[in-house]
Ligand binder design. Structure first.
Ligand SMILES: [Zn+2]
Length: 219
């Protein structure tokens, strides 16, 4: 089986995504990209995360051709390929309908630095992609436009839909999705209770600098 390790990692993180509440039902999807072959492994369409096995993960190229797999790929495969095409450093993409990030997206609000946990987004304000029907090439193109307009961002919110993020590997991309959801929740709660106070660009830069020496470096 080609990309066996990547397929298994997608299975494992799909279960995590479901258990953590980042995705409801069969919503959300995960992919991993291998730049050597130019292939992307992606979760299948409409299959529960706890019913998915490595063989159900679909391998595609970035032109949308299926290379290996029996299943239909996620309907949002175009959304994933547009990220890899616009961000050469991306190796994993996570797309969720996580409730608080989607609340902001449902209000056509951007995600703001109400907590330094969002520093992995690599921007102080996460841009919003205008509403486009799910699973369409037009949605993928709209995401591509925003990625090109905001070259540093690792995350976009999708109006009335959810969010998309990428990182250098799947554990990091999943962690980023969790931090986006946490920050969105704090922003929404602060907006409900009164007025959120946002960190400045300088404060976010200092946090990003500090994070480079935080934790178990090199692990
Ligand atoms: Zn979606």
């Amino acid at each position: 089986m080609i990309m066996e390790a990547e397929r298994q990692q997608i299975v494992d993180y799909g279960k995590k995504m479901s258990a953590s509440g980042l995705s409801v039902g069969t919503s959300g999807n995960i992919s991993i990209y291998d730049p050597e072959t130019g292939y992307m492994a992606i979760s299948p369409s409409g299959l529960g995360y706890f019913d998915t096995e490595a063989k159900d993960i679909v391998v595609m190229d970035l032109d949308g051709n299926i290379i290996d797999g029996e299943r239909k790929p996620s309907s949002e495969h175009g959304l994933h390929t547009i990220v890899y095409k616009n961000r050469p450093e991306a190796r994993a993409v996570v797309h969720t309908h996580s409730p608080y990030a989607t609340t902001l997206a449902g209000m056509h609000k951007t995600l703001k630095p109400v907590h330094y946990a969002m520093m992995g987004c690599n921007v102080d304000e996460v841009p919003l992609v205008p509403y486009v029907t799910f699973g369409t090439p037009e949605l993928a193109e709209a995401v591509g436009e925003v990625l090109r307009a905001v070259p540093d961002t690792r995350v976009v919110l999708l109006a009335n839909h959810g969010d998309v993020c990428y990182q250098a590997n799947l554990p990091k991309a999943f962690g980023l999705a969790e931090n986006i959801e946490f920050t969105a929740r704090i922003q929404w709660q602060a907006m409900c209770a009164g007025e959120a106070v946002y960190l400045t660009h300088e404060q976010m830069e200092t946090a990003r600098e500090r994070s480079k020496t935080y934790g178990q470096q090199g692990k």
